[in-house]
Write a protein that binds this ligand. Structure first.
Ligand SMILES: Nc1ncnc2c1ncn2[C@@H]1O[C@H](COP(=O)(O)OP(=O)(O)OP(=O)(O)O)[C@@H](O)[C@H]1O
Ligand SMILES: [Mg+2]
Length: 382
C-alpha cells in the first residue's frame, strides 16, 4: 500500500521558511493535484516527498513507513519533471530502461516492461529514436514511460504538460487520467491549469504561501471554497467579488446591500454575523445571466467583450466602479459601452467575512434537506 502521510512538514532554505507545516493524508491509489500561485512551495513539497531535498522538521510516511532520511532511490517514488530530463544520447528504449538497468533487473524483464509501458503510452513505434527526433508530446510520454517501468509506489508529476501545445495537452491529460485508472497508482500532480486540476484530481490541495489553504474534491472546492483565496483561485475566469453590508439576518439567509446599492439575499449560515458587518459577496462569471427577470439584477456597463466561439466573456463595471466578468454561452451581440442588466440567482452566491473566511453555503447546488446540510457542515469543518 502506498498511502502517503505528511505531518507538520516544514522546510527552510537557510533562514527562509518556505513550507510552514504541511499536513496531508493521501490514500493509496488517490490522484492528488497541488495548485497554488508561483512560489507557494509546490515543487519544494514534491522534492521533499521524492527525497531530493531533506525536510527541516516534521514527519513523512510512505506505506506506513517513516521515510525521513531514506534515500530517494529507496522510496519507491518516480518523479516526472516539466523539462522531461531525458538523456539526449540514448534511444527511447535506453532512456526508459536506464532506471531498471541501474537497479540490476535482468534483460528479458527490462525488455518486457519497457515494451509494455511504451504500448500503453502509444510510443512503441518510437523505441529506437533519439529524444531529439521526437515531438514535445512524445518526449513527455517517454519521461512518463520511464517512471512507469519502475513500478513506483507513488508518482510525482511537476507540471508535466506545460511545455505542450493545447491539443497535445488535452490528449496527454486524458492519457494520464486513463493511466491512473489502469495502474491504480498513487499520484501527486502539480499544475497551473484549472482544467487539469478539476478533471484529474480525486482531491485538490490549494496551497498559499507555504501553507495548505484547503483540500477537497474538485466540486467541494468549487461549490464550497472555505476562504476568499480559494474562491478566487479555483474557477476561470475567477469569481467576482463585491463588497456588501449585512442588513438583515435570519437563520438560513442574510440580506446584503452591495456596494453599488443592489440588495440581495445570500443563503449562508448566518450564525456569527452581526448587522452592518462588512462582507464580500462572491458570484461566479458563469452564474451571471443577461436575463433581466432573474431574482436579483445589477446594472452594469460593458467595457470589453471577448468572443471565444462556444462562449463569450463580458467585462463589466458597476455604478460604484466594481469590475466583474460574466460568461454567456455562444456568441454575444452586446457592444462595448452598452448598459446591461445582469441577473443572478442568490443561491449561487458566496459570502466571506472580513477575515476572508467563507460562511457555509446552505443551498449550493440543489436545495438540500436539513440532514444533508448538517452533513455538509460536518464535512467542511473536518
Ligand atoms: N534551493 C532553494 N534555495 C532557496 N530558496 C528556494 C530554493 N528552492 C526554492 N526556493 C524558494 O522557495 C519558494 C517555493 O519555491 P517552489 O519552487 O517550491 O515554488 P512553486 O510553488 O513550485 O512555484 P512555481 O509554480 O513557480 O513552480 C520560492 O520562494 C523559491 O524561491
Ligand atoms: Mg514549481
Amino acid at each position: 500500500m502506498a498511502d502517503l502521510k505528511l505531518t507538520d512538514v516544514k522546510k527552510s532554505f537557510g533562514n527562509v521558511a518556505v513550507l510552514h507545516g504541511i499536513d496531508l493524508d493521501i490514500k493509496h491509489g488517490e490522484f492528488v493535484v497541488l495548485v497554488g500561485a508561483s512560489g507557494c512551495g509546490k515543487s519544494t513539497l514534491l522534492r521533499l516527498i521524492a527525497g531530493l531535498d531533506e525536510i527541516t522538521s516534521g514527519s513523512m510516511e510512505i506505506g506506513g513507513e517513516e521515510v525521513n532520511g531514506i534515500a530517494p532511490a529507496k522510496r519507491g517514488i518516480a518523479m516526472v519533471f516539466q523539462s522531461y530530463a531525458l538523456y539526449p544520447h540514448m534511444s527511447v528504449f535506453k532512456n526508459m530502461a536506464f532506471g531498471l538497468k541501474v537497479t540490476g533487473s535482468d534483460k528479458a524483464s527490462i525488455q518486457k516492461k519497457v515494451e509494455q509501458a511504451a504500448k500503453t503510452l502509444g510510443i512503441d513505434h518510437l523505441l529506437k529514436r533519439l529524444p531529439r527526433e521526437l515531438s514535445g508530446g512524445q518526449r513527455q510520454r517517454v519521461a512518463i514511460g520511464r517512471a512507469i517501468v519502475r513500478d513506483p509506489k507513488v508518482f510525482l508529476f511537476d507540471e508535466p504538460l506545460s511545455n505542450l501545445d493545447a491539443a497535445l495537452r488535452v490528449q496527454t491529460r486524458v492519457e494520464i487520467g486513463k493511466l491512473h485508472k489502469e495502474l491504480g497508482a498513487t499520484i501527486v500532480y502539480v499544475t497551473h491549469d484549472q482544467v487539469e486540476a478539476m478533471t484529474l484530481g480525486d482531491k485538490i490541495v490549494v496551497m498559499n504561501a507555504g501553507r495548505i489553504e484547503q483540500c477537497g474534491t474538485p466540486l467541494q472546492l468549487y461549490q464550497h471554497p472555505q476562504t476568499l483565496f480559494v474562491a478566487g483561485f479555483i474557477g476561470s475566469p475567477k469569481m467576482n467579488f463585491i463588497e456588501g453590508i449585512v442588513k438583515h439576518i435570519s437563520e438560513d439567509c442574510l440580506v446584503l446591500t452591495l456596494s453599488d446599492g443592489t440588495i440581495t439575499k445570500a443563503y449562508v449560515d448566518s450564525s456569527g454575523c452581526n448587522l452592518d458587518d462588512v462582507v464580500t459577496f462572491g458570484i461566479r462569471p458563469e452564474h451571471l445571466t443577461e436575463d433581466s427577470s432573474a431574482d436579483v439584477s445589477l446594472l452594469a456597463t460593458v467595457t470589453l467583450v471577448e468572443q471565444l466561439g462556444e462562449a463569450s466573456y463580458l467585462y463589466l463595471t458597476l455604478a460604484d466602479g466594481t469590475e466583474m466578468v460574466m460568461r454567456t454561452s455562444g456568441e454575444s451581440t452586446t457592444i462595448i459601452g452598452e448598459q446591461v442588466e445582469v441577473g443572478f440567482n442568490p443561491e449561487s452566491g458566496h459570502v466571506f467575512d472580513a477575515d476572508g473566511g467563507a460562511l457555509t453555503r446552505l443551498r449550493a447546488g440543489n436545495t438540500k434537506s436539513v440532514a444533508e446540510l448538517a452533513q455538509i457542515k460536518a464535512q467542511l469543518s473536518n
